[in-house]
Design a protein around this ligand. Structure first.
Ligand SMILES: CC(C)(COP(=O)(O)OP(=O)(O)OC[C@H]1O[C@@H](n2cnc3c(N)ncnc32)[C@H](O)[C@@H]1OP(=O)(O)O)[C@@H](O)C(=O)NCCC(=O)NCCS
Length: 151
């Protein structure tokens, strides 16, 4: 498996990426995944340093994650604090370790570049996401925060 930045040529695979479901929260994840390359290239968000990272097995994109610097729409951007936008693995590859590898590699890269904290949101009904957040034993930066979205 190779971990690399997403390329424009990955667009088709991200558009048909199967996260599982259907549930309201996984439909939302699918929507985020299919729009990631457009999200990354938003010219109004250049200061956010948006990054999309994929796990590739052979020629197939089996996992994806994305993050950006935290900041207000018009306010300051926090250079060393990041928001993890999404992590997703193709349904037929889940529970075989891709997300752990993807996150370990991504967070190691962030840490090497001075990142001090990463935070992300977890839907309260997304059990696999909650378990992954709890069990993937990441302590990659000085401070990680997981927030549960209130219903
Ligand atoms: C959450 C998600 C990214 C985890 O990816 P994954 O590749 O299946 O996770 P891994 O195989 O690397 O699992 C790492 C650890 O997380 C935990 N975990 C992951 N999925 C789990 C599940 N369904 N139930 C319980 N624990 C789970 C386990 O501790 C696992 O380690 P183990 O297999 O040695 O017990 C994946 O389920 C997914 O893509 N879900 C759909 C999209 C989504 O909801 N993303 C999160 C919100 S953005």
């Amino acid at each position: 498996m190779i971990i690399r930045h997403a390329q424009e040529g990955d667009a088709e695979q991200l558009q048909s990426f199967d996260v599982g479901g259907p549930t309201a929260w996984l439909d939302e994840v699918s929507e985020i995944v299919l729009g990631l390359l457009v999200w990354r290239s938003d010219p109004h968000a250049a200061s956010r340093d948006r990054q999309v990272i994929v796990a590739v097995d052979g020629a197939r994109v089996i996992g994806v994650t994305a993050h950006e610097r935290i900041g207000g729409r018009h306010g300051p951007v926090w250079e060393h604090h990041r928001y993890l936008m999404v992590t997703a693995v193709q349904a037929d590859q889940q529970r075989t370790g891709p997300a752990r590898l993807l996150i370990e590699s991504t967070f190691a890269d962030l840490r090497a570049n001075g990142c001090e904290s990463v935070e992300w949101l977890v839907h309260p009904r997304n059990r696999s996401s909650i378990q992954f957040s709890r069990n993937s034993s990441q302590r990659p930066t000085r401070r990680n925060r997981q927030r549960i979205i209130p219903t």
